[in-house]
Write a protein that binds this ligand. Structure first.
Ligand code: ZN
Length: 539
């Protein structure tokens, strides 16, 4: 009996804890500029972007009780981020903050000076920084990869998978508006599989107002650009579910659901990657590649292909649903047309068949490119050719090789080795595999892990260029392999600075007294070439 009571008490306690309802992180009306599951080229948006009224500095409240388990500072990504573990096993993450609480800020600064770098991660236990629901944990900002002030907030489950907490009922935004199907396009292909040599048969920019008939070859597929609209925000938000039917048979369905970090990058094979690569919006395609690990979130018939057996008029029906059940529909009449011609293949290329379920090796007479099993989403003919001879004067020590097409998505990079036997010994230690056209560092001579693209052997014997203007704004640029690190010293002591794409800002200005100080900047490129700039400057 006693044991029963204990169990009952434990049960009651856990349910009480689990029932703590999330509060809003901001003291302002709820409105979003981004939602969960938005297609972002190489990942799904794992959080919700809360609008903050365009200004920096408002307080951020923790949505449930728990403890701060991690603080991360980076020039990229979440910028100033904070992670709070809750009693129910979930974790909330807050990104792009402008400021931490003074206690956390002091710890961050201490760690930056100890490690002598700007980017740091700090981890804490349950007793270090416990927080109560509603406590202020920082201030709204726009640090890291952010285009303007907003709060990126995620909620992750106990397995660290970001959850769609809006559709799970954490908050109830007003959404009575249907998604918008902005564009659809039909594609066919002239290869063994619909990934290489795809070509667009028909583009329909405003499908809702389309009149007429779409002529298609016997086999094709469709890609959809759709976004959700919510009351009171101009954001192009996430569509939760896509459906495609041919007459009354559903041939494709994709529901985003919760996406783990390990599977999120397979979005590249879910979208018509070639359109995205060319700078277009991400469009969900109806055909499903066999190597796509998100395929369990799809239902298909005939692999998502539109197969027209006869020459009658048929209907392709496209639906986009948001997380609140609002639905947009377009229906397009289609008819088979056997006169549709595929564009002729470019015969200047060599072709090597590659298969998605095996390891593959592509061998030219000056390079080897190896793909591990599982590197490809689909099988196709990989095309390659020599695009230029070596040009030592311009730093290209080997011929340039175009290997595959950068608009074909890869699940993981291949290993590229370029023959280096003709390279003079003194240059060997400063040679690297370069990606064209910019000659950026792709990897060491012994083998570079690279995707499809054009490569040659480059050489870098010069350190980065450092310039400092009269306002002490520092710029660092490396013409070849790229800048690896920049360190600032003031009067001989390491000082906190931040390098954002070559623009280096001296931080922690409060600790520098007004007057003349010795400023020393050391920049090192990827191949270890070093440049030092050293002068007395006035602060
Ligand atoms: Zn975000």
């Amino acid at each position: 009996m006693k044991r029963c009571l204990v169990i009952f008490a434990l049960f009651a306690a856990t349910t009480l804890l689990a029932q703590e309802k999330a509060i809003k992180p901001l003291d302002m009306p709820m409105s979003f500029s981004g939602t969960y599951g938005e297609l972002r080229r190489n990942h799904f948006h794992g959080g919700v972007d809360w609008r903050v009224g365009g200004k920096i500095g408002d307080p951020i409240h923790v949505i449930k009780s728990g403890y701060i388990c991690q603080v991360s500072v980076s020039v990229y990504g979440y910028g100033n981020g904070i992670y709070v573990k809750h009693n129910d096993g979930t974790m909330s993450v807050y990104g792009h903050m402008s400021a931490y609480t003074p206690k956390i800020a002091a710890l961050v600064k201490k760690a930056q000076y100890e490690k002598k770098r700007y980017n740091v991660n700090l981890y804490f236990g349950p007793d270090d920084f416990p927080v109560k629901q509603g406590d202020i944990i920082g201030r709204v900002g726009s640090t890291g990869s952010s285009a303007g002030p907003h709060l990126h907030m995620e909620v992750r489950d106990s397995s660290n998978v970001p959850m769609n907490y809006i559709s799970m009922g954490y908050y109830k935004p007003v959404d009575n508006m249907r998604p918008h199907i902005a564009r659809v396009a039909f594609y066919s292909y002239d290869d063994c599989s619909p990934v290489a040599n795809t070509f667009r048969v028909r583009n329909i920019p405003d499908p809702k107002n389309f009149s007429g008939e779409v002529n298609l070859p016997k086999e094709s597929y469709v890609a959809i650009d759709a976004y959700d609209i919510q009351d009171g925000t101009t954001g192009k938000l996430a569509v939760e579910e896509y459906r495609v039917s041919l007459d009354d048979r559903m041939i494709f369905r994709f529901k985003v659901g919760n996406v783990g970090f390990d599977e999120g990058s397979d979005i590249k094979s879910l979208i018509e990657y070639r359109e995205s690569y060319a700078g277009g919006r991400d469009m969900v395609k109806s055909v499903v590649d066999p190597g796509n690990s998100l395929s369990y979130k799809t239902d298909t018939l005939d692999g998502g292909l539109i197969i027209l057996e006869d020459y009658e008029r048929h209907t392709v029906r496209i639906e986009a649903l948001d997380e609140h059940g609002n639905k947009a529909v377009v229906a397009l009449p289609v008819r088979r047309d056997d006169t549709i011609q595929l564009p002729p293949a470019d015969t200047s290329f060599n072709n090597t068949p590659v298969l998605w379920f095996t390891p593959n090796m592509v061998c030219g007479d000056g390079f080897k490119y190896l793909l591990a099993p599982g590197a490809l989403y689909n099988s196709f003919n990989l095309r390659w050719k020599k695009t230029a001879d070596a040009d030592v004067q311009n730093g290209r020590l080997s011929p340039s090789w175009k290997i595959g097409d950068a608009w074909i998505p890869l699940k993981s990079s291949g290993m590229l080795i370029i023959d280096a036997e003709d390279i003079p010994a003194p240059l060997l230690s400063k040679a690297y595999i370069a990606s064209l056209p910019g000659m950026g560092y792709a990897g060491p001579l012994s083998g570079a892990r690279v995707g499809f693209g054009t490569y040659c052997i480059g050489v870098d014997t010069e350190g980065p260029r450092i310039t400092v203007d009269k306002n002490n704004v520092i710029r660092v640029f490396d013409a070849f392999s790229g800048t690896e690190s920049v360190d600032v010293e003031i009067d001989g002591k390491w000082h906190l600075s931040q390098n954002r794409g070559g623009r280096v800002t001296i931080l922690d200005k409060g600790s520098i007294s007004k007057g003349v100080h010795n400023l020393k900047i050391t920049a090192i490129d990827v191949l270890g070439n070093e440049t030092v700039w050293n002068k007395n400057v006035t602060f």
